[in-house]
Design a binder for this molecule. Structure first.
Ligand SMILES: [Zn+2]
Length: 98
């Protein structure tokens, strides 16, 4: 599980993104995950500011989340039909096969 908190502006309430930290770590040492449309360079300066008005931010709505699982691709395959390595019919055509 990991800690996740919204990075919210004191002035305008805009959520610039989220801070994510692994379990047992302070959110202040967490990784900044920018909201969609927010420049990730915002956090590169060391201090987080509001992406909209530049105001001070605080961490809101801290919750625990499961780490996002890696992308799973095998679920899209049809069950009961194992994939076979079959030569593609168009690949060998005209390729100088004797
Ligand atoms: Zn703001």
């Amino acid at each position: 599980m990991q800690l996740v908190g919204d990075v919210k502006c004191y002035y305008c309430g805009f959520v610039s993104g989220e801070l994510v930290s692994s379990d047992g770590q302070s959110l202040k040492n967490g990784t900044f995950r920018p909201a969609p449309g927010v420049n990730s360079a915002l956090a590169a300066k060391g201090t987080l500011r509001c992406a909209r008005c530049g105001g001070p931010v605080f961490i809101d709505d801290v919750r625990t989340e499961r780490p996002r699982p890696a992308a799973i691709t095998f679920e899209r395959e049809r069950p009961g039909r194992p994939r076979r390595a079959r030569p593609h019919p168009t690949e060998s055509a005209g390729a100088g096969v004797p």
